[in-house]
Design a protein around this ligand. Structure first.
Ligand code: ADP
Length: 268
């Protein structure tokens, strides 16, 4: 049993493009609906929930009937702008079914570097939570291009979700990915890779198992997940990495079941 997880009251949930978009480029409505159902239910239980959602470029591509990612950054930004509005549209439709109000927050990761903008973001998030809404956060792709530099699959909303967790002192960050947890090696290429149930410290060995620094492109996004976990350790919070193919997994996670990988720094 993971007691600290059962007790978590303020929770940030991050979903990657792989959870929201099918490999053929169409929108995974079942996953989005499940997500809306689960998060609305958590809210009804009295929990405070923030969703960090990728998917703007994927949804934009679908909307504009494009099967390949646009080549230039301005085109990607335009597609993201189209997709972000459409994604919020879909979220709103689904959350409305469960009588849950949402809100859109678009930020850049450097908000934490400027006390004034940082304060504004915190105030808005706190107010939205106090009003009983579920804020849906994404990087402002018009202003920041870092996320767009990568293929959406390897986008770095992991950092953004860890930053949001720290900003609002959330008790828990749940990162939903296309893999069951963090393994000793990439399980899609090494069948002998073992999944960690708990990670209490992030050292060079772990970084190498994630694919090593700077090789995010070739090896998947685990390096960015470990970097997010480091931020979570700094904030003395807790993170779980789990498979988002069925968002109802969130219920099991919050019941304390030992699924996915728990990142919790060992207190000395
Ligand atoms: P998301 O888009 O959900 O954020 P990513 O595609 O960026 O997820 O990262 C998940 C992928 O990372 C996995 O599908 C797997 O192929 C790869 N990967 C590389 N190394 C590891 C590892 N040590 N443990 C788990 N997955 C790994």
């Amino acid at each position: 049993m993971r007691k600290e997880v059962i007790k978590a009251n303020r929770i940030v949930i991050k979903v990657g493009t792989s959870t929201l978009i099918y490999p053929n480029g169409t929108i995974n409505l079942a996953a989005i609906d499940q997500l809306a159902f689960v998060l609305s239910d958590l809210h009804n239980r009295g929990k405070e929930v923030v969703l960090v959602s990728s998917g703007a470029v994927g949804v934009g591509m679908h909307k504009m009937n494009r099967s390949t990612r646009p080549a230039t950054i301005p085109e990607q930004q335009a597609i993201a702008a189209i997709g972000q509005a459409e994604l919020m549209n879909i979220y709103n439709q689904r959350f409305t079914v469960y009588n849950q109000q949402t809100a859109q927050i678009l930020v850049t990761r450097d908000v934490i570097d400027f006390p004034e903008s940082r304060k504004n973001v915190v105030n808005t998030l706190e107010q939205l939570l106090a009003m009983g809404t579920i804020p849906i956060v994404n990087e402002n792709d018009t202003v920041a291009v870092d996320e767009l530099d990568h293929l959406t699959k390897f986008g770095d909303n992991d950092q953004l979700s860890a930053i949001v967790t720290k900003l609002i002192n959330a008790d828990l960050l749940i990162v939903l990915s296309d893999i069951d947890g963090f393994y000793s090696d990439n399980p899609t290429v090494n069948p002998n890779a073992k999944m960690y149930q708990t990670v209490t410290a992030i050292d060079n060995t772990l970084m190498e198992q994630a694919g090593g620094a700077g090789s995010t492109f070739g090896t998947g996004g685990m390096h960015s997940k470990l970097k997010a976990a480091l931020r979570i350790f700094e904030a003395q919070s807790t993170m779980i990495l789990a498979n988002g193919k069925d968002p109802k997994i969130i219920f099991d996670l919050l019941a304390g079941k030992e699924i996915g990988t728990l990142f919790k720094e060992e207190q000395s």
